[in-house]
Design a protein around this ligand. Structure first.
Ligand SMILES: [Zn+2]
Length: 540
């Protein structure tokens, strides 16, 4: 009896060792490691890690050093680094000019009051005069019954485009179609040579044009492709401008409808139709270009499975933040995104400490230029250091909101691919719930680095902590909202203010479990059938 019990206990232990342990054993994340990484990355010495700055470069060296210390292999282009060439365009003490020309009238709009424009990263000098055609929202979404360019001739002309989108489009789909990239590409595809965007009353309510105009002297950043062209450039299209709604009304005086009538259509949920406008516009811009480089930092943990090791699960987190302002005030970017980097580093350490190599290979990518418009990740996704077809998933970490020990996590993008089910399963193994997106109106799915992988067909999720605190006296929603309002992109997002390291540990461990499941599963993640993004961008 006794020996039988011993034997069966031994057998059980053996079975556990052979089967259960590799999949359910979660190594313990170290709050000391995470704290040390956040403290350094968000320190005054790194001065807010602005893209292209010395502080950013120190941060990149630190991440490379950590990768090396934990035994990861370099997977950049020069060791751990992938230098991203950027172009900075600035107005250089000049201002753009925009003149509206009627058959016997000319109206010069005031820069910064009636119109704004961003310095072009494509051409230092640009001069365009052409006829104007109003194209409604400027969206072609045939599956949704929208074709704003139907029956309009915009060849060689300037498309005049309403900002935003009709309510008939679901929010994430709409965010895709309403993105300035998509609207520019649609205009160019239809033969337009320029574009003017109109600020609508609806947008004015959310963010006044005047506040937007405060940024009129900001530089433009873009990455430069291997042909020397800016990555976000739309071939064939001149730089554009944005008009406030009062100035915009002048383009419609004498046209077949007034802008007021168009705005009323919008208010009534109708999709305004386009028509030719009785004016030409002349837009001149003069910007100065400067070349800058700033590295992505890339490491690999090779997979153990003879076949699956050629597939990669990519972790991404942005290493840059917004630097310091002219008055010397440093924006430390502790939650945004020293925390995401620290969690990614500790997740890598957990894989190594587990003693169990993942079956698929894991790629850890710290990207630059996120705050300039998701640029470093776009460059990496355009020039990945492993074949794009071998990237089976992206897990993105950006401002994880490590504010309190939590009961749930949020995976933006969970409803688009099987990564959602994996995240849910892994979360439940950590005793956590997967909660739905608490702010769908913010369309986060198209707003962080993972979207550059999505646009190239890779199923992706972006993880943050949920809003249910373990402590019933803590209102998680209130704390997250307060962080967003009071500290996000402000000097208050500092390491000594508000990072909860118990939450950091929890978050790292659930990340580990999610990545572990993705990396070890028999099949790779897939887009759900009929998913908009899967159908639009999917590789299979
Ligand atoms: Zn940010």
């Amino acid at each position: 009896m006794r020996s039988n019990i011993l034997f069966s206990a031994l057998l059980t232990a053996l079975l556990v060792a052979c089967t259960t342990v590799p999949s359910s054993f979660v190594p313990s994340a170290s709050t000391d490691h995470i704290r040390r990484d956040v403290d350094y990355l968000a320190s005054a010495e790194l001065a807010g890690r602005d893209t292209g700055s010395e502080g950013y470069r120190k941060a990149a060296q630190y991440v490379a050093q950590q990768f090396e210390r934990m035994g990861l292999a370099p997977a950049g282009e020069q060791g751990f680094f992938q230098e991203v060439p950027f172009r900075r365009a600035s107005w250089d003490n000049t201002e753009p000019s925009l003149v509206l020309k009627g058959s016997n009238s000319e109206t010069t709009f005031t820069f910064g009051e009636e119109f704004i424009a961003a310095p072009s990263a494509v051409n230092e000098r640009s001069s365009l005069e052409a006829d104007l055609v109003f194209v409604g929202y400027g969206i072609e979404a045939l599956d949704y019954g929208l074709n704003d360019y139907a029956n309009l001739d915009v060849k060689g002309k300037i498309a005049v485009i309403l900002s935003g989108r009709p309510d008939s489009l679901p929010s994430e789909v709409g965010a895709h179609y309403a993105s300035s990239r998509n609207k520019r590409e649609t205009a160019a595809r239809n033969g337009a040579v320029g574009y003017i965007t109109l600020y609508t009353p609806e947008r004015e309510k959310r963010r006044p044009f005047a506040r937007y105009a405060e940024h009129r002297h900001d530089d433009t950043f873009d990455w430069v492709n291997r042909k020397g062209k800016p990555g976000s450039a739309t071939p064939g299209l001149h730089p554009g401008a944005m008009l406030n709604s009062d100035a915009a009304g002048k383009l419609f005086v004498g046209a077949q409808r007034s802008l007021q009538g168009v705005f009323e259509d919008m208010e009534n949920g109708k999709n305004p139709k386009g028509f030719a406008l009785p004016y030409r516009a002349e837009l001149n811009t003069n910007s100065k270009h400067e070349a800058i480089t700033s590295p992505n930092v890339v490491a690999v943990l090779p997979g153990s499975d003879p076949l699956l090791k050629d597939e990669y699960v990519v972790f991404s987190a942005h290493l840059d933040h917004i630097g310091k302002k002219d008055d010397g005030q440093i924006y430390y970017g502790a939650q945004d995104n020293a925390a995401g980097i620290a969690v990614m580093l500790e997740t890598a350490r957990l894989f190594i400490e587990s003693g169990q190599s993942p079956r698929r290979s894991l790629l850890f990518v710290a990207v630059t230029g996120e705050e300039k418009g998701l640029l470093g990740s776009d460059y990496f996704a355009e020039y990945p250091t492993v074949p794009l077809q071998s990237i089976v998933a992206n897990i993105n970490l950006d401002m994880p909101m490590l504010l309190y020990p939590f009961r749930d996590i949020i995976a933006f993008g969970a409803e688009h691919s099987s990564l959602g089910q994996i995240a849910k399963h892994a979360a439940s193994r950590s005793g956590l719930k997967l909660s739905p997106d608490p702010m769908p109106e913010e369309v986060i799915f198209v707003r962080s680095d993972h979207y550059n992988f999505v646009r190239r067909g890779v199923p992706s999720i972006y993880l943050i902590t949920g809003r249910e605190a373990q402590d019933p006296d803590i209102d998680g929603t209130a704390m997250q909202v307060a962080f967003l309002q009071e500290s996000y992109h402000k000097p208050g997002d500092a390491p000594d203010a508000g990072i909860n390291y118990v939450a950091a540990k929890q978050f790292t461990e659930v990340n580990y479990l999610i990545a572990r499941e993705v990396a070890d599963a028999e099949g790779k993640p897939s887009w759900y059938g009929g998913d908009f993004f899967g159908d639009l961008f999917g590789q299979d």
